[in-house]
Design a protein around this ligand. Sequence first.
Ligand SMILES: *Cc1c(COP(=O)(O)O)cnc(C)c1O
Length: 400
Amino acid sequence: MEATVLMEQAKQNILHTYNRFPIVLDHGQGVYLYDTDGKKYLDFTAGIAVQALGYGDQEYNEALKAQIDKLLHTSNLYYNQPIIDAAEKLCAASGLDYAFFTNSGAEAVEGAIKTAKKYAYLKDGCTDHEIIAMNQSFHGRTLGALSVTGNAHYREPFEPLPGIVKFADYNDLGSVKALITEKTCAIIMETVQGEGGIYPAEEEFLRAVKEICVKNDILLILDEIQCGMGRTGEMFAWQAYDVKPDLMVTAKALGCGVPVGAFVMTKKVANASLKPGDHGTTYGGNPFVGAAVSKVFDIFAQRNLTAHVKEIGGYLETQLEQLKSEYDCIADRRGVRLMQGLQLNIPVGDVAAKALQQGLLVITAGNNVLRFVPPLVIEKEHVDEMMEKIKVVLSSVTEH
Ligand SMILES: *Cc1c(COP(=O)(O)O)cnc(C)c1O
């Protein structure tokens, strides 16, 4: 059916919570997407950092098809092998010990918060513990995840939000220290802030926060939902910092397209927190998503994707730096490897809209950042193609 008709139909029954780009996507192959009119788009969005393997990966698709024919869902009242394998691979890749699988990133954040609260509760029997989160952070849209999201626009209409949460400035150790009390049970942050505008944690900051946590028996929760799963050239971004979290949350590229997340923790935390009956989910970690996660880890290892990201991410970074030197409208470049942002001093929404017309999918972050989170399987030729398109766009918007 024609795109305009479909978009009109969408307006009738889909709740208007997104101002979507005016295209209807139909299918994908490699790092390209095609709309219902047959127009081709180079994808530097990857379904918001989800489609690490791009589209139509045969090995991944075959694994999912086989699992559909075998067993889709059983509930968590019984064991199933795909999720047992997935948990083993996730723990091996992270060096953490125990995983709980969820259906989304926000639910993983909820689980991590519950774990931290139970850990503190078992120590002193009190229920007035505090969490420190970061300004400009993003952890999801459920009430619990919103409670630690440092963005007034997302929060305000839904207050009061659960729990006692205080906000520090990211990469500002003094502001974290100032909020620590004997009631602090957890500090949560993204290793690289995504939605807030692509800000990587500074090494010194992260290490110092970890030290504070160790000294005070506060749990460090790192949100790797966007920056994890190879995007920064490490399986998880914190692995470049020599800082290990007590709890990690992951989702997005964990399943490369199926809805799955997880919160993962050390043995020490697991032994002193959630017990049978404390947490649950009907769908979470079913055989279908288990088969996807398990296959994703196999593919990452077989194809040495993190090494590829180091190489191609370095190339993207160099090219974006070059672009910055050529265009006055680019105020800053930030990011790590295949998680990049260009801060613009022109309306960034216009740039993303014009890019779409040029057949390039890019999204924004914060108020003024153009975000590049392509599939991890992109090659140099795709970076070059993106550069050509973005130059056309930037030239057209800056000349007027
Ligand atoms: C996307 C995201 C979330 C929320 O994940 P959902 O699957 O949308 O619930 C949480 N934290 C970060 C850093 C994210 O990028």
